[in-house]
Design a protein around this ligand. Structure first.
Ligand code: ASP
Length: 434
């Protein structure tokens, strides 16, 4: 029998009605042996996530304010779920323990996953396994992926089924630590790798990834297959389906991720796969994404191309000021460096002074308010006519392309446009490429 690790996000476990959907999904396939659960999320647009309530409690306690009203809200949310599901659960005892440790930030934040997973385990009749026993963090708060893998693999090797809370683990001395927000995705991925799963299902409230951002582009189509690398490129540019760190553990083991919708379980969702398992997608391009907030600094100097080490010196100046560069398009006597605007602004004058002193350029200029767009797809490799379509779309949109970058890997084409042109540029790219 195959093994599936199924992670359910906060909206999938926000109330008893959602718990029922989750049970139906789990029971419809006996291969779903390991379940990773988030804390209860929002039930409606203006609701508050339990994790946010827990952080609020801790903050109130830390400044000696009364956290009781917020604690009562948390107790009420879990009570409603327990009573509506009609299960036996000693919430009072659990809440008394939590009340005695109000000032421990990560411990408090983790209790949403802890309680929700215990309740889900009771509801399913499946054993609860506490992530604090095997998901290991270093003392500096960073996760120790390799040790976690070893510990989880040996702890779960003889376990048939388990519910594991997401989002947290502990350091070597047992102090609870959490991942960054949305980190239950990472726990799911770690469990999938450790048990050698055939598939990691990530159940949420959307039917997978879309070709473009639906807040900008009208009704973008879903994406059936995306590779880990394509996902990385698209996420970096603002497409968010999964916690950034969730890809690493399963990618290492070649386990595909399936993004599914708890509210529409019949939808196939998006499969995130290694490149050699990518099905032939209908289009060469898998998706487009864009992000504002960049600046492009251009340094001009006659005969620059003959000056060995010019590029290294220029980039070293940015590095010394803690500014990482995104792209580096260049001409014969010009070199440009594209950076995120916010950190650059703070260092701008100091960087310019140093460029003047070290490189003696003829001219330095800055293009502010640039948005970068990534057109991403393994299918573009060797395909002809894609850039023609990209530039045709820009022409149709009436958008001036400020910079272009494409490496020989041909997996993405990066365009820089004015921030105000980003929406129309993305819409026309979608029309042309999807
Ligand atoms: N409950 C945590 C959060 O709200 C982690 C998660 O849901 O993945 O960020």
């Amino acid at each position: 029998m195959k093994t599936i690790v199924a992670k359910f996000g906060g909206s999938s476990l926000a109330d008893a009605a959602q718990f029922r959907k989750v049970r139906a999904i789990i029971e419809s396939d006996p291969q779903r042996r390991f379940i990773v659960a988030s804390a209860p999320g929002r039930r409606s647009a203006n609701d508050v996530k339990v994790t946010d309530l827990l952080y609020e409690c801790q903050a109130l306690a830390a400044r000696h304010a009364d956290p009781t009203p917020v604690l009562d809200q948390i107790t009420a949310r879990f009570t409603e779920i327990i009573e509506d599901l009609g299960i036996e659960f000693d919430l009072q005892t659990e809440m008394a323990i939590i009340r005695s440790r109000l000032r421990e930030r990560d411990y408090m934040a983790s209790r949403g996953e802890y309680l929700n997973s215990k309740i889900l385990a009771a509801y399913l009749g499946v054993p609860f396994y506490d992530a604090a026993e095997s998901v290991r963090f270093l003392r500096n708060g960073r996760p120790d992926y390799e040790l976690t893998n070893e510990l989880l693999a040996s702890a779960l090797s003889n376990v048939d089924r388990a519910v594991v809370p997401g989002f947290y683990g502990a350091d070597a001395s047992g102090v609870i630590r959490t991942f960054s927000r949305g980190g239950s995705d990472v726990t799911g991925s770690l469990v999938a790798r450790a048990v050698g799963a055939d598939l990691y299902e990530n159940w949420t409230d959307v039917s997978g990834m879309l070709f473009a951002d639906p807040r900008v582009v009208k009704d973008p189509r879903p994406v059936a297959f995306v590779t880990y690398r394509e996902l990385r490129e698209l996420s970096y540019m603002g497409a968010s389906v999964l916690h950034e760190d969730a890809v690493f553990p399963v990618r290492k083991a070649g386990i595909p991720i399936n993004i599914r919708n708890t509210n529409r379980p019949a939808d196939a969702g998006t499969m995130i796969v290694p490149v050699d398992r990518a099905e032939q997608s209908e289009t060469a391009v898998t998706g487009v994404a864009g992000r504002p907030g960049f600046a492009c600094i251009t340094v001009e100097k006659g005969m620059m191309n003959g000056e060995i080490g010019f590029g290294a010196k220029l980039l070293t100046i940015f590095a010394k000021h803690g500014i990482s560069f995104e792209h580096c398009p260049s001409g014969i006597d010009t070199m440009s460096v594209v950076v995120a605007s916010a950190p650059f602004e703070a260092e701008r004058d100091a960087i310019f002074a140093e460029i003047e002193k070290e490189l003696r350029p003829d001219h330095i200029s800055v293009d502010d308010s640039i948005a970068l767009i990534a057109v991403v797809g393994h299918g573009m490799m060797g395909a002809r006519g894609i850039s023609a379509k990209v530039f045709h779309a820009m022409h149709k949109a009436g958008v001036n392309v400020r910079l272009i970058d494409q490496g020989p890997g041909e997996m993405n084409i990066i365009l820089g446009v004015a921030e105000s042109d980003l929406p129309i540029a993305l819409q026309e790219l979608y029309n042309e490429l999807s």
